[in-house]
Ligand binder design. Structure first.
Ligand code: Q46
Ligand code: ZN
Ligand code: ZN
Length: 324
């Protein structure tokens, strides 16, 4: 027997076991947008009078997030960072193309800010990684540092009230699980849907999709007809967070709602003061080269990455090209 939509009785497009809720295509798309708005309000992320910068990668989560925020009438600009990763699948070219087409075909009035790492700093992610890590590690360590730096800098310098990322519940739970397994208390203190801009130089970070399962964001993208890149970054393969996600999927399969309870339970316990972690309030200095805040005096980790490169380029504010 076909499962029916709870709202209208038509055939359901999705069944969410953790909410015991089945919805048809039309009502699912409405529900998803309403739930995003609820999360934004619940955690006081931003309001309609403020400008938000959405980090877009061309994937389903970030493009869906940008789409929902624009549908809800928020002032949301997109930021795409060109990493220069090929991996035999033209990963970066393809992902940029998805973002560009999202704007031209779906939201022609929207603003997409593009920062190409090679254009601005002289090397692609695999090139910086090869020079600095010399094959000891995957490029993810330098890639993460570079992306975080650029996202923060564009959001902060651009005067955005918040930087929004498309992290979903599965991402958040995998990180939380990893932090608990390794007792990373510093990270546990800071993990959550909102990371306030507690100190000068830091942009506020928000995750409006943190209560959605990955299959829910995928369903939204699919039903909305958003054209996104299916491939993951070729370097993501074999990462610990993917292994955690597989284990957690088994728990969820046996007990629907486990992930949501684990995440929301953690946030509640921390909020109510039942668990407390010491926060790292190390003194901050302005980087001598770029002026961004850094915990050690001298130059920051980002600027250090480019130091030994010949010919050296000045690390300036990212030159922005804007589409749309
Ligand atoms: S860090 Fe690593 Fe990702 Fe950068 S190199 Fe690819 S997998 S994109 S989230
Ligand atoms: Zn319906
Ligand atoms: Zn610096």
């Amino acid at each position: 027997m076909a499962i029916r939509c709870r709202k209208c009785g038509r055939e359901a497009a999705i069944m969410m076991r953790q909410h015991r809720l089945a919805l048809c295509e039309e009502h699912y798309l409405d529900w998803f947008v309403e739930q995003t708005e609820r999360t934004i309000r619940m955690f006081r992320m931003f309001d309609r009078s403020e400008r938000v910068l959405v980090a877009v990668s061309g994937g389903k989560d970030s493009l869906s997030l940008w789409d929902v925020l624009l549908r809800l009438g928020y002032q949301a600009d997109g930021l795409y960072i060109g990493l220069g990763i090929d991996g035999g699948i033209r990963y970066s070219d393809q992902s940029y193309e998805k973002c560009r087409r999202f704007v031209t075909e779906r939201w022609p009035g929207a603003r997409l800010i593009v920062v190409d790492v090679k254009e601005v700093y002289g090397e692609t992610i695999p090139e910086v990684a090869a020079r600095t890590l010399r094959g000891r590690d995957k490029p993810c360590a330098v890639c993460g540092l570079i992306k975080r730096y650029i996202m923060n800098r564009v959001a902060y310098d651009g005067g955005y009230a918040a930087l929004a990322t498309g992290h979903n519940l599965d991402d958040e739970v995998a990180v939380l699980f990893g932090n608990v397994m390794n007792w990373q208390v510093g990270y546990l203190a800071r993990q959550g849907p909102v990371l306030p801009a507690s100190r000068p130089g830091f942009a506020r970070k928000v995750k409006p999709f943190c209560r959605f399962y990955e299959r829910e964001t995928a369903a939204y993208a699919l039903l909305r007809g958003i054209d996104y890149i299916y491939d993951e970054c070729p370097y993501a393969e074999g990462s610990t967070s993917i292994a955690y996600k597989e284990w957690l999927a088994k728990l969820e399969e046996e007990r629907p709602g486990t992930k949501l309870r684990f995440y929301l339970g953690f946030l509640k316990a921390r909020e109510e003061g039942q668990i407390r972690f010491a926060t790292d309030e190390a003194e901050l200095h302005a980087c001598e080269k770029c002026g961004q805040p850094t915990s050690a005096p001298g130059i920051c980790a980002f600027c250090r990455l480019w130091e030994k490169r010949r010919p050296a380029r000045a690390v300036a504010a990212p030159v922005l090209s804007t589409e749309g």
